[in-house]
Design a binder for this molecule. Structure first.
Ligand SMILES: Cc1cc2nc3c(=O)[nH]c(=O)nc-3n(C[C@H](O)[C@H](O)[C@H](O)COP(=O)(O)O)c2cc1C
Length: 409
């Protein structure tokens, strides 16, 4: 029997996974607005036989207190435009753009993804998000985001209507190569998981460890079965960052050196952005200003309280808490070790049913992606776990998914 293949996506947002990654000597932050840079990383992902490249989208400046953090460059180009440009310099790699259903009409979505789908010859994917950050609302003339259940209700309607429009394009003109883009989802709440179960062909999620991955995948597969879809028709792709070295010790030392590039001020800006409250005026050696955070945060208070309470109880100073917070950004798994060990870990997760593959989030760019493609990809290929060439021309073929199913609205 053929052993389980590992799917690979590359999440190439901005300058890498670690907030201090852009200061690494093999990072090229000056390239993030240049087509040369994007052409190079797109070809690299294709050389590594990745299924797809993914870009997020925030629709706002990621500010701590309503401003863009000065010390935390987070460049974001419109993902549909960027990936359409990357289509021109590649032949096979899939192109997954994040676009919000809360702040777009189905007509606009159908049009933009239709263009990307045609220009790429059937390599488009849509990461459907409902937008979580309240700082987005004022950019669309609103004070606040609509409540989450309302955002997901709208998401269902928007996706169903966009799918209708793509079907109409099929009837009226030359068919879209995949019929419609591959539908991808990234959402964690019960509402988000239900929406994914009805809609998604692939899911991008965090999983901090193998047990969390198994729980998430089992939960999603049973939700997919409950709505009458085939669980094998959905690829679950948790995030995975890494720092590689010739030995485990070397990888740990490199990881520590990357984190050390960040001083207190950068760490606190990153924490501020993550907690939705500006903490830059506070003393790093002082206690975590819990009252201020809970009073001023623009994010859900209960989530924020959960994140800060254990550190408050231990009496951790603000600077130390911020430094530690950077070690585990956004709940994704960070692997430290040799390329062999990384390949072993990926195979173990896949065989244990913790995922169908991984969304690689290089710690700095493009050096981190280069290392993975040069050092880990050949090991996975040699062990027969990663393709050595693409099976066809469309993203759906690359993902091993059959023709589109109807969306269960
Ligand atoms: C791994 C991951 C990546 C995400 N990327 C984005 C993004 O780029 N842009 C965005 O607006 N939301 C993003 N989201 C959030 C989604 O918008 C999601 O709809 C939001 O978190 C609210 O739903 P939830 O509570 O079900 O997660 C992401 C979520 C996850 C889990």
């Amino acid at each position: 029997m053929m052993e389980k293949q590992i799917h690979l996506w590359a999440f190439l947002q901005g300058i890498g996974f670690f907030p201090s990654g852009w200061m690494h000597e093999r990072a090229r932050p000056e390239g993030v607005f240049s087509m040369d840079y994007y052409a190079r990383v797109a070809k690299l992902a294709e050389q590594g036989c990745f299924d797809a490249i993914v870009f997020g989208d925030q629709l706002q400046s990621r500010g701590a207190g309503g401003h863009t953090p000065e010390r935390m460059a987070m460049p974001t180009l419109d993902p549909v435009s960027l990936l359409t440009a990357m289509a021109a310099v590649t032949d096979h790699v899939g192109l997954v753009a994040t676009v919000s259903t809360s702040y777009n009409t189905p007509e606009m979505l159908a049009e933009r993804f239709g263009a990307m789908e045609r220009i790429s010859g059937g390599r488009a994917g849509w990461n459907i998000v409902t937008t979580a950050h309240p700082a987005t609302a004022p950019n669309f003339g609103e004070d606040d985001l609509p409540p989450k259940d309302e955002r997901y209700r709208r998401a269902k309607e928007v996706v169903a209507k966009a799918c209708e429009l793509w079907s109409a394009m099929d009837r009226e003109g030359p068919m879209l190569p995949q019929g419609r883009p591959v539908l991808v989802q990234a959402g964690q709440s019960p509402d988000g998981r239900d929406f994914a179960a009805r809609t998604a062909e692939a899911i991008f999620c965090p999983a901090a460890n193998i047990e969390a991955g198994i729980d998430f995948r089992n939960d999603l597969r049973s939700r997919v079965a409950d709505v009458g879809r085939n669980p094998d028709g959905v690829r679950i792709m948790p995030g995975l960052s890494c720092v590689l070295g010739g030995s485990e010790e070397e990888a740990r030392a490199t990881h520590a050196a990357i984190l050390d590039l960040a001083d207190d001020a950068l760490a606190i800006e990153y924490l501020s952005e993550s907690l939705g409250c500006d903490l830059t005026a506070f003393d790093p050696l002082g206690m975590i200003p819990v009252e201020t955070i809970l009073d001023q945060t623009i994010l859900p208070r209960a989530d924020i309280a959960r994140a800060i309470t254990p550190a408050q109880e231990k009496g951790t100073p603000l600077g130390a808490f911020a430094a530690n917070f950077m070690r585990h950004p956004r709940g994704h798994n960070v692997f430290l070790g040799t390329p062999e060990q990384m390949a072993d870990m990926m195979i173990e997760w896949r065989d244990a049913g913790a995922c169908d593959g991984f969304t690689l989030q290089p710690s700095y760019m493009p050096g981190g992606l280069e290392d993975f493609v040069e050092q880990v990809v050949p090991i996975l290929q040699k062990r027969g776990r990663l393709r050595t060439e693409y099976p066809g021309t469309t993203l759906r073929e690359t993902l091993g998914l059959s023709a589109r199913e109807a969306v269960t609205a």
